[in-house]
Ligand binder design. Structure first.
Ligand SMILES: Cc1cc2nc3c(=O)[nH]c(=O)nc-3n(C[C@H](O)[C@H](O)[C@H](O)COP(=O)(O)O)c2cc1C
Length: 343
């Protein structure tokens, strides 16, 4: 890379050289992938359920393994939903381990991030929260977060419902760094997101199709072969819409939760049990689909970012190419990115 991208509020918060996150992915965040992204100047985020239950690492040992490869910054994904006391207690312990091992960037999702914010701010770290709309952004800011991961309708995982630009415009006045999550599969869209004013981007699908990701080759090939129109939202995995590639299997079984499941998901008492059931089942199904490929008839999660993804590449090559495109855009006299992204 000739030169470095212009610093943003995100790179100043985290110490990353490139304003690019490899987002947490259950079940695709393996330690080798996270390390490769952070070593290349981006920021890889640890997904604790992936680390512990899919890749069978003790959390502390896994974090140390990454730190042996790179001293670049890494992040930690704390899903703070209060669906089970056992899960919540476990998450509190994991956050303590991550802080103890020097992690200073946290991405929270779903619930009230306040307890994570208190623990992280006490040691000088920062917390960004996943949001899909202004209502959740305001709640997260009330919880004390330092930035927002703005999940748009093109995202993999649990997608939002707004376009990247509309979502940016609806949140820009909140005065914290905004990260664009969703739909970025090539460097042109990366540069575009920073031009809009985002302080960084978060990629998921792009990094599944990388050499270091341990997902099955069938899964990587499916991403390389898919177009945006092949992505559908399925409620059948977790009870809420998840973006998946419309394989023959997905077409055959449909994308709607069954009528009984839908009723139970709305029921005031049963909904907690139903969510717990879906959560456990989806952890198992997604793990098998990711590791066993098409021999296991199931789901390949991916965002509309598949459009820009033409090859499986080393994660470091992806980060370097995106960074080079940004530096080039920022050194062109007429480019809006020249002044650096808005903060
Ligand atoms: C397979 C997969 C699993 C994901 N799992 C998580 C997760 O466990 N926690 C989380 O906060 N986001 C999760 N996400 C969202 C990503 O971190 C990221 O925001 C999203 O993938 C960005 O959209 P893109 O895939 O179009 O790049 C997941 C996304 C994918 C594709």
């Amino acid at each position: 890379m000739s030169g470095q991208p212009t610093p943003t509020a995100f790179t100043r918060h985290t110490g990353a050289k490139v304003p690019l996150i490899c987002g947490a992915m259950y079940p695709c965040s393996n330690p080798e992938l996270i390390a490769a992204v952070s070593a290349a100047g981006g920021l890889g985020v640890v997904q604790p359920l992936s680390m512990i239950y899919v890749y069978k690492r003790d959390l502390r040992a896994g974090l140390r393994e990454i730190k042996r490869v790179t001293d670049g910054p890494i992040g930690f994904n704390a899903i703070v939903e209060k669906s089970s006391k056992v899960y919540e207690d476990r998450m509190r312990k994991w956050v303590d381990v991550a802080l103890d091992e020097g992690v200073r960037f946290f991405v929270t999702a779903l619930g009230n991030p306040r307890w994570v914010v208190d623990a992280v701010h006490a040691v000088g770290g920062v917390v960004y929260h996943d949001v899909t709309e202004r209502k959740w952004a305001q709640k997260a800011l009330d919880g004390g977060v330092d930035g927002l991961i703005c999940v748009n309708r093109r995202a993999g995982g649990h997608a939002g419902n707004q376009d990247p630009r509309a979502l940016y415009e609806s949140l820009a006045d909140l005065g914290v760094p905004l990260v664009c999550a969703g739909g970025i599969g090539d460097e042109r869209r990366f540069v575009e997101a920073l031009d809009i004013g985002y302080a960084a981007v978060q990629l998921g699908t792009r990094f599944i199709a990388s050499d270091e990701c341990l997902a099955h080759n069938d899964y990587k090939r499916a991403i390389v072969g898919a177009k945006a129109d092949d992505i559908v939202l399925s409620e059948r995995i977790s009870g809420v819409p998840v973006a998946v590639i419309e394989t023959e299997y997905v077409r055959a079984i449909g994308t709607k939760a069954g009528p009984v499941a839908r009723r139970l998901l709305k029921h005031p008492k049963a909904k907690h049990w139903m969510r717990a059931f879906y959560s456990l089942r989806s952890l198992w199904q997604l793990k098998n689909a990711s590791l066993e490929g098409t021999s296991y008839k199931n789901y390949f999660q991916a965002g509309r970012s598949v459009d820009g993804i033409d090859a499986v590449e080393p994660a470091g090559t992806i980060v370097a190419r995106y960074a080079a495109a940004l530096v080039e855009a920022q050194t062109q006299p007429a480019s809006p990115a020249k002044a650096g992204p808005a903060e």
